[in-house]
Design a protein around this ligand. Structure first.
Ligand SMILES: *[C@@H]1O[C@H](CO)[C@@H](O)[C@H](O)[C@H]1NC(C)=O
Ligand SMILES: *[C@@H]1O[C@H](CO)[C@@H](O)[C@H](O)[C@H]1NC(C)=O
Ligand SMILES: *[C@@H]1O[C@H](CO)[C@@H](O)[C@H](O)[C@H]1NC(C)=O
Ligand SMILES: *[C@@H]1O[C@H](CO)[C@@H](O)[C@H](O)[C@H]1NC(C)=O
Length: 520
């Protein structure tokens, strides 16, 4: 890659993973359609799936009791990555995908390490994006730290599903109560324990009681609250699910309104149970009668089929244009984007074809299975070099379909990645054909004057558009740094960021993430 390009190229991930796209629904007390997806960068490990199953099964009972016989997990799909070996028990996913999973199993996030966490950008009561567990968390014995994994799952599920927040606060572990006593930040205040400082010298550590600061009356820095193992307090799961006695959420009765924690801050001093009671789930489910335990959750194992992708590249005359502040042509940018796509984004074993077009279109390569560097080379040597001619996006797309079908693949479910400057006002003439193909069209616009219809193409086929780039903080793929994209990815040009911002307001629902592409 040209080094200078790194400044310009962004990899943008669309996370359509929000409330609308989660497939979870509550059917008379049982959650159905929960999707747990394993990231393809996670090496195959025989122990991972049993551990997930055990966690969810345990969580189901705990959740059921914590919610007074209201909710349990009825069925869960585990999405096995395409990089793992095939097994006969694996079914083909229908709409389940990594990007829309409720729970992901992926490498540690820079910020969180192996601690499970739930991404929730929203307000009190809003649903979150997803729960993240690391393989390490699922495979190592960490009972002492987190308690049973099923309990951790319920803690995270409460963040994800009901928008309640943590009742601990690492940054402010103590506060001065209205009665002028120093209290540990916790819920409920019935939880007993001691406040200690661990001091290490040489190789040995000792714990001693914390001293109070004479002036402020507060605990000295580094003082931590260690709850007693043996407790009678039943709440709260959002404070410390690892305590044996903790089997419920803090209620109106037990809630600690004084604690300086996120729950109080975000939820206006309401208790977690109060927020849960206001949720749609709660409104739609009355407690199950009787005393029987709920049925055990059932699991389906799903593995994606291979991807079929055809790159459809614009080589028309206008691709010769150069932006004044970037001395390279659109064609060069496009080729670099295509190479990046081949090398960084496409998973191994995918089938990839290449079509170029101006006013007419040519199949440069039919579908090639991506195995090693030779496969990339076979495609990248066919990238267009000489921009000329008119622009017929429809001819490009039709040739793309042909490249797919002539390699005995179905256009339905296949993907077309269309890179073009989009200066073509006749795109709508093939809308019907595109719709009929069942293909997913991702559009990447390279120039400032791309036709509106380009967006329609992607909207129509649930593909992605580069026009809508918008900066945002971290995302779940950040930690894996561009190794895996299934469907929801585009390359985004910094060049068009102004236009991009204008377009992004149109689809607020979509959460877009920029990554500066790492040097190779
Ligand atoms: C979950 O259970 C419901 C109702 O029994 C059923 O319709 C649905 O297909 C199941 N889903 C999975 C993934 O097993
Ligand atoms: C529990 O914590 C309290 C302090 O709140 C302490 O006085 C008590 O001895 C502890 N009990 C046990 C069994 O450790
Ligand atoms: C890639 O794989 C093909 C088919 O297995 C083989 O013929 C070729 O030599 C390999 N090329 C490289 C660079 O490993
Ligand atoms: C973006 O929107 C602003 C105000 O809405 C407008 O002034 C500007 O011209 C637009 N830019 C583009 C590239 O469409």
């Amino acid at each position: 890659m040209v080094p200078g390009l790194q400044v310009l190229l962004f990899l943008t991930l669309h996370l359509l993973q929000n409330t609308e796209s989660s497939m979870v629904h509550l059917n008379s007390n049982g959650y159905e359609g929960v999707v747990i997806a394993i990231n393809p960068s996670v090496p195959e490990d025989e122990r991972l799936i049993p551990s997930i199953k055990e966690m969810v099964t345990q969580a189901s009972t705990y959740l059921f009791e914590a919610t007074e016989r209201r909710f349990y997990f009825r069925n869960v799909s585990i999405l096995v990555p395409i990089t793992w070996k095939s097994k006969t028990e694996y079914l083909t996913p229908k709409q389940e995908s990594y990007d829309q999973a409720d729970v992901i199993v992926a490498d540690p996030h820079l910020q969180h390490g192996d601690d499970p966490y739930t991404l929730q950008y929203g307000q009190c009561g809003d649903r979150g994006q997803y729960i993240h567990f690391t393989p390490n968390f699922l495979l190592t014995d960490n009972l002492g730290i987190y308690g049973p994994r099923g309990r951790v799952f319920v803690h995270e599920w409460a963040h994800l599903r009901w928008g309640v927040f943590d009742e601990y606060n690492m940054d402010r572990p103590f506060y001065m109560s209205r009665k002028n006593t120093v209290e540990a930040t916790r819920c409920s205040t019935d939880i007993t324990g001691t406040s200690v400082v661990r001091e290490c010298q040489g190789g040995s550590c000792v714990s001693r009681r914390c001293r109070r600061d004479a002036k402020t009356g507060m605990q000295e820095p580094k003082c931590t609250f260690i709850p007693n193992k043996s407790q009678t307090a039943r709440g709260s799961i959002m404070f410390m699910q690892s305590l044996d006695s903790v089997v419920e959420f803090c209620t109106e009765k037990t809630h600690n309104v004084e604690a300086p924690n996120l729950q109080n801050k975000m939820c206006n001093l309401r208790s977690t149970w109060d927020v849960i009671k206001a949720s749609a789930d709660f409104q739609n489910a009355s407690p199950m009668t009787g005393t029987e335990a709920p049925p055990l959750p059932t699991f389906s194992l799903l593995k994606s089929r291979q991807r079929v992708v055809c790159l459809v590249l614009d080589k028309s005359g206008s691709m010769r244009l150069v932006r004044h502040y970037i001395p390279i042509t659109r064609l060069t940018l496009m080729n670099q984007a295509a190479e990046l796509y081949l090398i960084q984004i496409i998973e191994k074993e995918s089938l990839v074809g290449l079509v170029t077009f101006d006013s007419t279109a040519t199949i440069q390569t039919n579908l090639i299975r991506i195995i090693n560097d030779s496969s990339y080379l076979a495609i990248s040597t066919k990238l267009p070099q000489y921009p000329n001619g008119g622009t017929s996006i429809c001819n490009g797309l039709k040739k793309g379909f042909e490249a797919i079908t002539s390699s005995d693949q179905s256009t339905s479910g296949s993907e077309i990645v269309l890179l073009t400057d989009g200066e073509d006002n006749r795109i709508s003439s093939c809308f019907q054909e595109v719709k009929h193909s069942g293909a997913i069209i991702h559009t990447i616009a390279l120039g400032p004057s791309a036709a509106r219809e380009l967006e329609t193409l992607s909207d129509m086929t649930v593909g992605e558009q580069s026009l809508q780039c918008r900066s945002r903080g971290m995302d779940k793929q950040y930690s894996t740094c561009g190794q895996y994209r299934r469907k929801r990815h585009v390359l985004c040009y910094h060049l068009d960021s102004k236009k991009a911002r204008n377009h992004s307001s149109r689809s607020k629902r979509k959460k877009l993430h920029h990554l500066r592409f790492p040097g190779r």
